[in-house]
Design a protein. Sequence first.
Length: 603
Amino acid sequence: MKGRKKQAVQVDAVKKKSIWTNWRLYVMCLPAVVYLLLFNYKPMYGIIIAFKNYSMRKGIMGSPWIGFANFQRLFSSYWFPIILKNTLTLSLLSLVLGFPIPIILALALNEVQHSRFRKGFQTISYAPHFISTVVMCGMLTLYLSPSSGIINKFIEILGGDSKNFLQDPAMFKWVYVLSGIWQEMGWGSIIYFATLSGVDRSLLEAAEIDGASRLQKIWYVNLPVLMPTILILLVLNCGSLLSVGYEKVFLLQNPTNLSASEVISTFVYKSGLDDWTQLADIEEYAKRLGIRLDCNFYETDWETQLTLMVAGDELPDLLTGCSMNIGDVNEWGGEGYFLDLSQYLDEMPNLQAYFEKYPEMKAFCSTSDGHIYGLPRLRVDMTDRLTRSFVNKVWLENLGLEVPTTNDEYYDVLTAFKNQDANGNGDTDDEIPLLYTAASGGYSAIDTTFLDAFGIFTRDADCAFQADENGKVALANTGDKYKEFLKFMHKLYAEGLMEQEAFTITGEEVTTKEQGDVYGSLGCGSAPFVMAGKDISYDANWLGLSGLTSDVHSERETSIASPVQNGIMVAVNANTQYPEAMARFLDYFYTDEGMLSATKVPS
């Protein structure tokens, strides 16, 4: 017994001595252990957020438990099958197509005898890995541009038609996967190349003596050596099939490709940002009006989802912030789906005051028999009702020109912008006198200013209904004045005074050009500083353009849009248990305080 105790003491002493002797090695491991604890184990504490109605003000422990409510919300969402399919599609394509490429690259480089060429190629293939995701997405946007991208230019050289890859849902997955392969194949080949460097040269020499070809040596010697590494990495990659990277997908997303690009990570991110229950104004509504909002958000495919909710009789108490066709709303209201607000006008004195001030608002939302099933958005600020057309003040001053008041003067100004160095950078060929795009480009507003010059006052140039003094309505697009307008627009385009990519350019490309100060005149829905992505002081470089005249219309006039915007923005479920409360809630937004609260946090 004594001997055994003495032996145990000796073993324990040896262990302590070993730890103390190798303390330097343990210190070397310490940073990695700390990193692991801080960034891998400690964040696991936050997993409980998934089971709580998390509030930043209350913290993780202070937020109430809600069980599996968040998971039920996810699984019952209209988007869940779509995002699950998209996530698996991108993951599987990346695995199936991207996993073998680094292996093939490593095997190929291992066969290269010229060491300088091999090292140079390795360096080039590694380099894309160090490009940040933001820069990578910016490069893709530029390269795949339908008007100026190098890929589309190459397609056109080969006789094909340019394609907007990032707006085509069917192309999104290929853009995502192939760009990922290009970026990571060199970096991923490092571990395989390192493994191949450990291949026993005697095996290769023996295979060569036996008459094995180069491909046979790769298949029977190199590949078996790589197989353990391949299997380990394959298992690790399979474990992250549902972990599609958030940043790249989010940066390449746009409304047109969302059906193919929305994945679990981006959906969860947006759902977290869209939690209205945590916003200060929702708390204030609950305190002041006794209304607690529990909101769901629909970012895309709204028309389909609305139709499904109506068909399934699953409408929420209130639909707001959406644009619905007034014909559909009145039809569904007549069928008993939407509440008739005309029966609750006694609860809505502020709305009645707006009806009196803007009779066109009541006329717009009322049916022929006086029912009101929805309310439109109202523009009470006159700046929102005027066309926002501008001419570059700095360019005018550089050339000693005045703001034009007629179409002919405007044409002369654009001609001077084109032929002279209007922006003062020493290059007379980089100016684009007029920015005008198709509706898809987002900058077609200035056509309203031109139509004013020809006596056609409308906000819809494609369908310009006009009423004469006798109240007779006609389509101006078929008249002589509209034909003169088209001739004027054609003249500007044919003489190179208008953006030559007007029918293909995108909003992002316009912003890039405007940052380079290449446009002399434009129309937009906001302001020049917004479209250029600059400070608000940039607007001082621009002057308003309106009231142009022409040979067919000599009066300086400008069109003013109706205060009532087309479409229904608010409707109430006819089966709500709180019709009076809903009426009072909507009426609140027709007070000064209510209008402010829609865009500002209450104080």
